[in-house]
Design a protein around this ligand. Structure first.
Ligand code: PLP
Length: 378
């Protein structure tokens, strides 16, 4: 089955009993048992729910893994994966990881004795230098947020295998439509499904896909024990979103390419970060592991004041955190998504005050260009 078909016919579709073409929303907490200890696959909805299971089967198939799990948010999914490790274990993370992940790791998870290092994983030498005897996992984002730095999935997975480490990839930015980290040796794939998978800014959800029975048992054990599950209504909404992921990503790809070309012609704009540009660091690596470049672009407009002015005057770009929606979104990472990263650290990473990040949506590209230009030159 090809990708676009899989998005529509993958997983569990419809309802066998009635012929309904959409999976029913099982708004239920518990299930009648046929006898003590005899049930029909479901006992209690924290452990398992048929609507959530249909979504979990779908994401498992489109990422090419062994099992999928659905959580109440991307952060809940990430938390559950990190909770499969134990006190004293050491994990190496990509340095410009999602701000919320950085906060979770540096201020919550490490309180329980998990050790973490943040390094630029785009160079495998940095990963090797950070390894200790207690290192148990590598956790990577590619492309990253907001500088779209690229990590070589195949090379990193080989490094992980050599040292017996679990290789975890947050695939939110590329989506399973463009990139499937398990094909390159990843063990666990994470998604903030709040973004492209949902796609309509109307649901908060997280997904995990694992590549083995053992990891499936470990993640499900934490899911069932800690309970950060996705409810059936949101699971249904997410399946609806995923059906159009292919057409949305194709259209977003074209719009984004058009917007980058437009930005290149503006003297006020410098440092355009977009993996589709041949001069983007890691461009070749990205082309080898992904089928598209996605809808995220970051660029510098010169100063925090200028960025403020643009953000205040755009009409079709919605000033908001988040990304991956039908509507184009605009943000200033230094003051919004990455505000939880200390200023000194932001400077080290290159997240300047004038850095603007856009998530290109499905509006007419000409309207987006006109709108941005008016705001920039006002
Ligand atoms: C948004 C995001 C998260 C967190 O997901 P939520 O659904 O907001 O909890 C994690 N990783 C990346 C790359 C994200 O963009």
């Amino acid at each position: 089955m090809r990708k676009k078909t899989q998005l529509i016919h993958g997983g569990i579709t419809g309802d066998e009993k009635t012929g309904a073409v959409s999976v029913p929303i099982y708004q239920v907490s518990t299930y009648a048992q046929d006898g003590v200890g005899k049930h029909r696959g479901y006992e209690y909805s924290r452990t398992g729910n048929p609507t959530r299971f249909a979504l979990e089967e779908l994401i498992k198939e489109i990422e090419g893994g062994y099992a999928g799990f659905a959580f109440g948010s991307g952060m809940a999914a990430i938390t559950a994966v990190l909770m499969t490790f134990k006190q004293g274990d050491h994990i190496i993370f990509t340095d410009d990881v999602y701000g919320g992940t950085y906060r979770l790791v540096s201020q919550v998870i490490t309180r329980f004795g998990l050790k973490a290092s943040f390094v630029d994983t785009s160079d495998s030498k940095n990963i090797e230098a950070a390894m200790t005897e207690r290192t148990k996992a590598l956790y990577v984002e590619t492309p990253t947020n907001p500088l779209l730095k690229i990590t070589d999935l195949k090379k990193t997975s080989e490094l992980a295998k050599t040292h017996n480490l679990t290789f975890i990839v947050d695939n939110t930015f590329s989506t399973p439509y463009w990139q499937n980290p398990i094909d390159f040796g990843a063990d666990i794939v994470l998604h903030s499904a709040t973004k492209y998978l949902g796609g309509h800014s109307d649901v908060v959800a997280g997904l995990v896909v694992v590549n083995s029975e053992q990891l499936a048992e470990e993640v499900h054990f934490v899911l069932n024990s800690s309970g950060g599950i996705l409810g059936p209504q949101d699971a249904w909404l997410l399946m609806r979103g995923i059906k159009t992921l292919g057409v949305r990503m194709e259209e977003i790809e074209e719009n984004t390419r058009g917007f980058v070309e437009f930005l290149q012609g503006l003297p006020e704009v410098t440092n355009i970060y977009y993996p589709g540009l041949t001069e983007h660091v890691g461009h070749d690596v990205h082309q080898n592991q992904a089928r598209g470049n996605g809808g995220m672009i970051s660029f510098d407009v010169g100063s925090g004041e200028k960025a403020d002015k643009v953000l205040q005057n755009v009409r079709y770009f919605t000033l908001a955190e988040s990304l991956g929606a039908v509507e184009s979104l605009i943000s200033v990472p230094a003051k919004m998504t990455h505000a939880s990263i200390p200023e000194v650290r932001r400077g080290e990473l290159g997240i300047t005050d004038g850095l603007v990040r856009v998530s290109i949506g499905l509006e007419d590209i000409e309207d987006l260009k006109e709108d941005f230009l008016e705001a920039l030159r006002k």
